[in-house]
Design a protein around this ligand. Structure first.
Ligand code: NDP
Length: 392
């Protein structure tokens, strides 16, 4: 049977891996919408290649370019926020949420409202608005399929298990680009150095977030939301080989692990074909060749972002949206080379402190509008702090 699919964030790293899998088996999928932002050439090329009905760029002023690139084809070109929302609302069997940042929340919600199975790479949707996203899935009688490799791993370990028997979840982390650097050296880390990952090939923002462990911090919050477990039951371990993606421990002392090569096409393909499994063209593990797997506890002095994640989970409410908004703003400033690598966590921590008095916002109902308001507040505060640092 053919599965109708849409991909939001089709031009990014997750989007391209999804297209890679779909384009190998075009008889099994009917592509409805592809969306991107600045990479018009890739968006148009892929839309034509997979026979999409509509291609949408988030940038309104790039519509002319997109129309030109799709001229003479049957693919409809559209642009802007409303077009993106409309594309995400088109009924499909399955949708991939792979826009980066809180910008991906709306398409996640719209796809769920249309009843699609939602493959969720955009971890920010759950970090900022977990309760809302899960409630929406329930209301429209559909579900989320995790795409983050760790969450896909947990999901696979929990297949057929009673969730009330979970004792602990361990999410692994590669340790990122600076795993073996001294704290002194990390202080002077450059953008280029932070943008290179030892094991995974990913978009620039998540690669930098891996080096700072903001990515792991988001994943811990995402796991708490997705699997409805207490933050006390979620642990992280540095695992330099990135072969074991997660462990789940059960009440009887049993421990399941999910093991696989560091290639996102496994988790994407698993979600794409769920509940079936299909052949996915990724490297097969040779455990004898790997021979050794290492695990050690992360040092929270090196990775303050991870410590902050537990504060955010303890705070609850819209603290996740504040945390993520501040992180996105600090990351923009690091990418613009306005602040240093370690400044990012300091900026985020300071934003959390400054926003703590805004109880009306933090404790507001988790609606789309309130999430975006909390996000804006966090960005304003982060921007103030960044400007103060620049002036010093
Ligand atoms: P990329 O930066 O590679 O791609 C982001 C995508 O979002 C691109 O299609 C980009 O368009 C689009 N985009 C950017 N800004 C906007 C916006 N304001 N509105 C609409 N679209 C926008 O990111 P990744 O693929 O690396 O990551 C995507 C998501 O998946 C993130 O949430 C990330 O944390 C998560 N994830 C990623 C993994 C990975 O391996 N990369 C692993 C697990 C999770 P364009 O490129 O055309 O500008």
């Amino acid at each position: 049977m053919t599965r109708s699919v849409s991909i939001f964030g089709a031009t990014g790293s997750i989007g391209q891996n999804t297209i890679d899998l779909i384009s190998r088996d075009l008889n099994s999928y009917q592509v409805v919408a592809l969306t991107g932002a600045s990479n018009i050439k890739q968006l148009a090329t892929d839309a034509i290649r997979v026979g999409a009905e509509i291609a949408v760029t988030a940038n309104e002023n790039r519509l002319v370019d997109l129309k030109a690139a799709l001229n003479g084809t049957s693919v409809i070109a559209a642009a802007g926020a409303t077009a993106l929302e409309e594309a995400a609302s088109r009924p499909v069997d399955w949708a991939m949420s792979a826009i980066v940042g809180v910008a991906g929340l709306q398409s996640s919600l719209k796809a769920l409202e249309s009843g699609a199975l939602l493959a969720l790479a955009n971890k920010e949707s759950l970090v900022c608005a977990g309760e809302l996203v899960l409630k929406t899935a329930k209301k429209y009688d559909t579900r989320l399929l995790p795409v983050d490799s760790e969450h896909s791993a947990i999901f696979q370990c929990l297949s057929g298990e009673d969730h009330s028997t979970i004792e602990r979840i361990i999410i692994t982390a590669s340790g990122g680009a600076f795993r073996d650097w001294s704290l002194e050296a990390i202080k002077t880390a450059t953008l280029k150095q932070a943008s290179t990952h030892p094991n995974w090939n990913m978009g620039q923002r998540i690669t930098i977030d891996s080096a700072s462990m903001f990515n792991k911090a988001l994943e811990v919050i995402e796991a708490k939301e997705y699997f409805s477990v207490s933050s006390h039951d979620i642990e992280t371990l540095i695992h330099p080989e990135s072969i074991v993606h997660a462990f789940v421990g059960f009440l009887d002392g049993g421990f399941l692990a999910h093991v696989g090569p560091p290639d996102m096409r496994h988790a994407i393909g698993y979600a794409l074909n769920w509940p079936k499994r299909k052949n996915i063209p990724i490297e097969r593990l040779d455990l004898a060749k790997i021979s050794q797997l290492n695990f050690f506890e992360p040092d929270l002095n090196r990775y303050p972002a991870l410590r902050l994640a537990y504060d955010v989970m303890a705070r609850g409410g819209l603290a996740g949206a504040i945390f993520n908004g501040a992180k996105e703003c600090a990351l923009d400033a690091f990418i613009a080379e306005q602040i240093g690598f370690l400044d990012m966590a300091e900026v985020v921590e300071e934003v959390l402190i400054r926003c703590d008095s805004k109880q009306d916002i933090l404790d507001a109902e988790i609606s789309f509008e309130n999430v975006m308001q909390a996000d804006q507040l966090a960005r304003c505060r982060a921007d103030e702090i960044i400007q103060e640092r620049i002036r010093k």
